[in-house]
Design a protein around this ligand. Structure first.
Ligand code: NAP
Length: 279
């Protein structure tokens, strides 16, 4: 990785896994390094920064509402001016929804935060990643084609670009919004197509950058943190016995800080192992 000082950024870091990732980076990076703890609400960002114990790296709060179409680009520009690049980026933000939410009413914001927010982050920060850096999207084990009806696979299987992934996600979003998804092949659980879209975005970008990234020691990957005890999963399942955010963050921090395993490039990784993408 680029020699110190290093710069890391986490989206959706005001609570849950994102906060644990920011805390872990602060603990494991070095004095002189900077961790940007970002979120959509200035007061919550400030509270989250204040809640962290003193680490080795400095933690700085920044506003980054990933649903705001200009925000990632603007922040990337500022950090480029301030530091000349970034070393570690975690796209982690997620819109919290529950089983009682009507998919038709929430799908616009859901896709905007989780999917278009992710592709905007990749477009904005991808070019800033320095040699040896990491560009990591927090997805889930739902993000593979094993969870999607075969008739829909080609939409996500080999997208050539982030724009193509955005188009596939927009078509799904529109079908949920107009109700046609309910009579078709789409799964009812919004999380599944959304996470597949995130992994497809990583795969599409990897197709464009792989050669250069491998030569420069950069890792671009999606990661599954496993079930975590946060209110997001608690709305759906009994997660009282699931790992805490700090525990779940461990393997993700290893991916960001340990030497790169070339097999992880462009893949969905869970606890250091690649999850197969398609049957
Ligand atoms: N929990 C699980 O079991 C589980 C399993 C597999 C994968 N994951 C993935 O792990 C990641 C973190 O999940 P989590 O359980 O830690 O979620 P969480 O506790 O609900 O935290 C979500 C974070 O995203 C932020 N956020 C929401 N909308 C945003 C926006 N527009 N811009 C920026 N930030 C925004 C929230 O900010 P506020 O504080 O402002 O609400 C919060 O900090 C997600 O990608 C999730 O899909 C989780």
């Amino acid at each position: 990785m680029h020699t110190s000082p290093k710069v890391a950024l986490v989206t959706g870091a005001t609570q849950g896994l994102g906060l644990a990732l920011a805390a872990g980076l602060a603990r494991r990076l070095s004095p002189g390094d900077t961790v940007y703890l970002t979120g959509r609400d200035a007061a919550r960002v400030a509270r989250a920064v204040a809640s962290l114990p003193a680490g080795r790296a400095e933690v700085r709060g920044e506003l980054l509402d990933v649903a705001d179409t200009a925000a990632a680009g603007n922040l990337a520009e500022r950090l480029d001016e301030r530091h000349g690049g970034v070393d570690i980026v975690f796209g982690n933000a997620v819109m919290r929804v529950g089983p009682d939410d009507d998919p038709r009413r929430i799908v616009d914001e859901y896709a905007e935060v989780n999917n278009f927010g992710t592709t905007r982050l990749l477009r904005s920060f991808g070019p800033l990643v320095r040699d040896g850096g990491r560009l990591i999207v927090v997805a889930s084990s739902f993000g593979t084609l094993f969870h999607l009806a075969p008739a829909l696979h080609e939409r996500f299987d080999r997208p050539a670009s982030l724009d193509e992934v955005d188009k596939a996600v927009a078509a799904w979003r529109d079908a949920v919004r107009d109700g046609s998804a309910r009579s078709g092949d789409w799964p009812g659980f919004l999380n599944i197509p959304s996470k597949i879209g995130q992994v497809a975005a990583v795969r599409a970008l990897a197709g464009e950058r792989a050669e250069q990234d491998r030569a420069r020691g950069i890792l671009l990957a999606a990661v599954c943190p496993g079930m975590i005890n946060t209110p997001t999963s608690g709305a759906w399942w009994d997660v009282s016995g699931a790992p805490s955010p700090a525990e779940a963050a461990g393997p993700l921090l290893d991916l960001a800080l340990d030497p790169v395993n070339p097999e992880h490039y462009g893949e969905l990784v869970r606890r250091g192992r690649v999850l197969p993408w398609a049957p």
